[in-house]
Design a protein around this ligand. Structure first.
Ligand code: AVJ
Length: 322
């Protein structure tokens, strides 16, 4: 059995993280990057979200992938290096490696520790498949380091499921997808397999981001505990209320944390007052339509696109050839 190779590129720099967070928290409309939702507890709460009756995104995507695996195998290159972006527990890609005849697997996540165990388990299921774990924050664009020693002649499949692309504004998404297009390299047949949640009934979208059990609320509020650890602030969870709203003009669900009353938050070297009802904007989840997302892929440099959707057009999986 081969052993996975692990590389941690970017060791998180506490001072830079605190500076970035405090910059957003001090803005007139306070905001934070959604990546801070995923500390250890946040990642578990997100896994619980994917099991909620109101949140069918993950299930619908899994069903699409399962149903269309044979067809996908006809469009995607065999013998490719699969690069799994935000691999987490490596489950989604793990189901495809065999049927798609992958020749190499690279699990990318913000922290290599998140993929270490999952990759070890996956290696047992695919003893002969070369695997690597890469820890890097690719939210500003993907750069595949020389340390991976990727073969320029081997086709690459970049795998970005789960509609994580929805966190980006359309402008950011364009820049990000351009970086993915570059990362596809030059081997013929390479491309991007990406899952995208589609625009649907606003009432359903609102419920998906504000479920009856309050799991999404806990996920959002947990951000405050994470921020307290990262910057030494004194956010009190009970002072805040989770809220989700559909912004039709921008075709996105927004998550906010709303101050229940006028309050003050302090941190070493600073503070901020929040009026009653003032919010911290914690996440955007853009909802695309098939033609506009296909156009975005083309604008990012991809040459042709193939799309699989469910009958109700709730979710789409695109294969975009580089
Ligand atoms: C992981 C970004 C795809 O936007 O649906 C779920 C995160 N936030 N519920 C999404 C999330 C609240 C999720 N993504």
């Amino acid at each position: 059995m081969t052993t996975p190779q692990f590389t941690q590129l970017y060791q998180h720099n506490a001072a830079a993280v605190a500076q970035e967070l405090l910059h957003g928290l001090s803005a007139p409309q306070a905001y934070t990057s959604p990546k801070y939702l995923y500390d250890a507890l946040g990642s578990r709460l997100f896994e619980a979200i994917t099991e909620l009756p109101e949140y069918d995104l993950t299930r619908t995507e899994a069903q699409l992938m399962r149903l269309h695996t044979p067809d996908m195998a006809e469009h995607l290159p065999a013998g490719a290096c699969w690069v799994d972006l935000g691999a987490g527990n490596c489950e989604k890609a793990g189901r495809l490696l065999g049927p798609m005849q992958a020749a190499r697997y690279v699990a990318v996540d913000i922290s290599v520790d998140f993929v270490r165990q999952a990759l070890g388990n996956l290696q047992h299921q695919h003893p002969g498949l070369p695997m690597a774990g890469l820890g890097t924050d690719f939210s500003a664009g993907l750069d595949l380091p020389d340390a991976l020693a990727l073969d320029p002649a081997q086709p690459r499949v970049l795998f970005y499921p789960g509609s994580s692309i929805g966190n980006f504004t359309p402008e950011q998404a364009l820049g990000f997808l351009q970086s993915l297009h570059r990362a596809c390299g030059t081997a013929a047949g390479s491309g991007l397999l990406i899952g995208v949640d589609l625009l649907k009934d606003p009432a359903e979208l609102a419920a998906a981001y504000d479920d009856a059990l309050g799991v999404t609320a806990a996920f959002d509020l947990n951000l405050l505990l994470h921020i307290n650890r990262l910057v030494g602030s004194d956010f009190a969870v009970r002072d805040w209320q989770h809220l989700s709203r559909f912004n039709a003009a921008q075709s996105r669900v927004e998550m906010h944390l709303k101050a229940r009353h006028a309050l003050r938050v302090r941190w070493p070297g600073g503070e901020r007052a929040f009026a009653a009802g003032e919010t911290i904007h914690t996440e955007n989840a853009y909802k695309w339509q098939v033609p506009s997302f296909a156009a975005l892929l083309q604008a990012s440099g991809f040459s042709s696109t193939q799309v699989w959707t469910d009958a109700a057009q709730r979710f789409a999986v695109f294969w975009a050839q580089s």
